[in-house]
Design a binder for this molecule. Sequence first.
Ligand code: MN
Length: 131
Amino acid sequence: MHKPIVLIVEDNDLNSVLLTDLLEVGGYVTMRAHDGEEAMSLVNAQQPDLIVLDIQLPIMSGLDVLRWLKDDEWLRLIPVVVVTAFAMPTEERIMREAGCDEYIAKPFSTRAFLQVVGQHLPRPPAYLHTV
Ligand code: MN
């Protein structure tokens, strides 16, 4: 069984590295994009199994990326976990109406984050041993 590939779309380098480490310890293969356009080209080049999406991004917002994904009959099948630092009820409603599968507000526990991701992906063997 191949390790699921998770695309991390996050413009903040520290957050991006933290999410990468967390997901790789969890047994996933990761790709990183730093803005919405880079996210779109990576999705087109190598369809990830799940996308972790920040909302505040340069060039193209997380909401625009989400709408682009959910407008496509095939790309819409990729689960999207929105991770946000500015959780507000209105924002959560907008992202859920646009089709995000999960909405997680920072700060969150590493365990809770991996559980949410794991609900949408087959668990890689490493997950059982390291978390
Ligand atoms: Mn951001």
